[in-house]
Write a protein that binds this ligand. Structure first.
Ligand code: MG
Length: 385
């Protein structure tokens, strides 16, 4: 019996603080979404995983044989429907776990308990009994105490027989707080599985340190990623051809020649991208963006660099520094080096003070000396804290 998972990450909420939605923020050295995805990827018995993303951020998750992405809708319910549709397109699973991306601390035990619950129930969801007293407040004062008997705090992942939850969502109109509400509206009985106090939902900035402690605690000593430092190097050459400008490290510079290449021939950015791939032992640009693929013809090279940066982040690393040397007699690089650092900082999300661009001539020796082309070499260091 296949159980699939849907991770809801289409929210744009920034209530948790910071300028970016919480799924892209970092906790315990990795993006929230990567922790959540990993929990399901590592769970025995989970088949396909569909990540529902904002339409404009689809490329921030790398798809694999197991991980698919689909664009979300305007409401939570619409996003769940999109996830269900994406699963139907591949192959309808027997069961599905629907989970909010903002709960990255979900444990393997809880996922297993829900998969198990689906063997005897058409729907099951985790919850913890309410232990605090429950008040009604009015104008800053307690206006009454409510009975808490029989009250539960709902969590995700919520588990359903696939066909049942598809039918329930098809019959449901408007939004819903969660999928249990949709299922119950369709007449499904939902079993309560004991939830986990550590399965917190990151809602405000105060939740990040707590999530960090929990995630670090989850890792057994052999899983806990050791502090790791890696360096990679990249080297690239492009030949001069007809043209009136070159693009170097993302900056357009007027010149009496252009650079030939399949993409925009940004030799500096290519060397930096290869340095990052090299640090992750992930080959080079050609492996990820084959020159035989016409999609990359004339492509702006920030696509390649963005992909390499994402790969570094997904592995739990962050970029400590980048150093790039351009080798050419002309054009002069010095006047543009600052703009190049700023542009590279923008693309990589690394502060400009950790990015160096410098240039050298080759004393008129060799192909760079004869002004036949430009060479670049780059070093990048990445750290897993
Ligand atoms: Mg190149």
């Amino acid at each position: 019996m296949t159980t699939a998972a849907i991770i809801l990450a289409a929210g744009r909420g920034t209530r948790a603080g910071g300028e970016i939605p919480k799924q892209w923020q970092t906790v315990a050295g990795r993006r929230v979404i990567d922790w959540t995805l990993d929990a399901f990827r590592q769970a025995p018995g989970i088949g396909p995983i569909v990540v529902v993303l904002p339409p404009e951020e689809m490329d921030r998750i790398t798809t694999t044989d197991q991980i698919l992405t689909t664009a979300g809708g305007d409401s939570r319910a619409a996003s769940v429907k999109a996830g269900l549709k994406a699963l139907e397109k591949v192959k309808a699973p027997a069961g599905v776990l629907i989970h909010d991306v903002a709960r990255p601390c979900v444990s393997q035990a809880l996922i297993a308990a829900l998969i198990g619950a689906l063997r005897h129930n058409r729907a099951a969801a985790p919850a913890v009994p309410l232990s605090d007293a429950l008040w009604r407040g009015d104008a800053g004062a307690v206006a009454g105490t409510l009975p808490r008997d029989g009250l539960w705090r709902a969590q995700t992942p919520q588990a359903f027989a696939f066909n049942d939850i598809v039918a329930a969502h098809d019959a449901h109109h408007g939004d819903a707080a969660d999928d249990v509400q949709v299922a119950r509206a369709a007449g499904l009985e939902v079993a309560i599985v004991p939830g986990d106090e550590d399965n917190i939902k990151i809602t405000t900035s105060a939740d990040f340190p707590r999530a960090e402690r929990i995630l670090r605690g989850h890792m057994s000593s052999d899983q806990r990623p050791d502090f790791d430092v890696r360096a990679g190097n990249g080297y690239d050459v492009h030949r001069f051809g007809p043209g009136d400008h070159v693009i170097l490290c993302g900056v357009k510079i007027q010149h009496d020649h252009g650079l030939n290449g399949h993409s925009d021939a940004d030799v500096g950015m290519h060397a930096i991208t290869d340095a990052l791939y090299g640090a992750m032992a992930e080959g080079d640009i050609g492996r990820h963006f084959p020159p035989s693929d016409s999609r990359w013809k004339g492509a702006s090279s920030d696509i390649f660099l963005t992909h390499a940066v994402q790969l570094v982040q997904e592995r739990g690393y962050r970029i400590a520094n980048i150093d790039c040397t351009l080798v050419c007699e002309q054009p002069r690089i010095g006047p543009h080096a600052g703009a190049m650092q700023t542009e590279l900082a923008r693309i990589t999300g690394v502060e400009a003070s950790r990015i160096s661009v410098k240039a050298t001539t080759s004393e008129r020796l060799g192909f760079t000396g004869r002004a036949e082309g430009i060479a670049a070499q780059a070093t990048a260091t990445v750290i897993r804290p």
